[in-house]
Design a binder for this molecule. Sequence first.
Ligand SMILES: [Zn+2]
Length: 231
Amino acid sequence: MRKVIFTFLFFCFSLSGFVEAKDACCCNSKYGNKDFKKAFLGEYSLEKQNFVADLWKLQRFENELEIKEAVRLKKLVSVPSSTQYYFVDSRLDKKTHFVSPWTLIFIDQLSKDFYERAQSDKKKNKKKIKVASLVRHRKYQKALAKRNPNAVWDENNPDRQSSHLTGATFDVSTKDLTRDEICWLKEYLLELQNLNLIHVRDEFYNNCLHVMVFPVPTFFGDFEKYVNERK
Ligand SMILES: [Zn+2]
């Protein structure tokens, strides 16, 4: 009988270790998968991004002409198709290779850090970050939403529009990354999200992390209350 109890206790102990190990992230991160899910798949994600856009009066681009004008005024800057540390997905329309100036600085730093720090053990064959999406105007977003369930579109609700319309947002592809590399990326982004510098959504259907970069650190306070009062 003692043997049976001992075996049962050992089984329970092993199982609890297994459950914990399953939640722990693979790159020895202090964050687990639960933390990433909570941070990147949380409630009011879209509302938060639109709150930031409204607060800092970011323009939502309606069409290609408005994007061209913003480029002329340097409200949007051109994103190179390829640099030493990142490249833009070749399937992405060249007319959309623009973002806000602060977002380009962020892409430069993130991709450099990913190249040098996430792959510090590699001497060669280092991966560059793949940027999967940049600015989108309203017409483009509407057309995209018809074929892509992740491309947010709600004509009648301004709180549920995509932040890609502002040019402050880009998507990083996780498709060709290892679990450790994805984990490194998520930890990097979560630390910055905790500092209220960015907001991230895990678009796992598309193997992308959607990142809105704030022009100024933005505090949300009691956001649930704020959203409910607007309803
Ligand atoms: Zn996105």
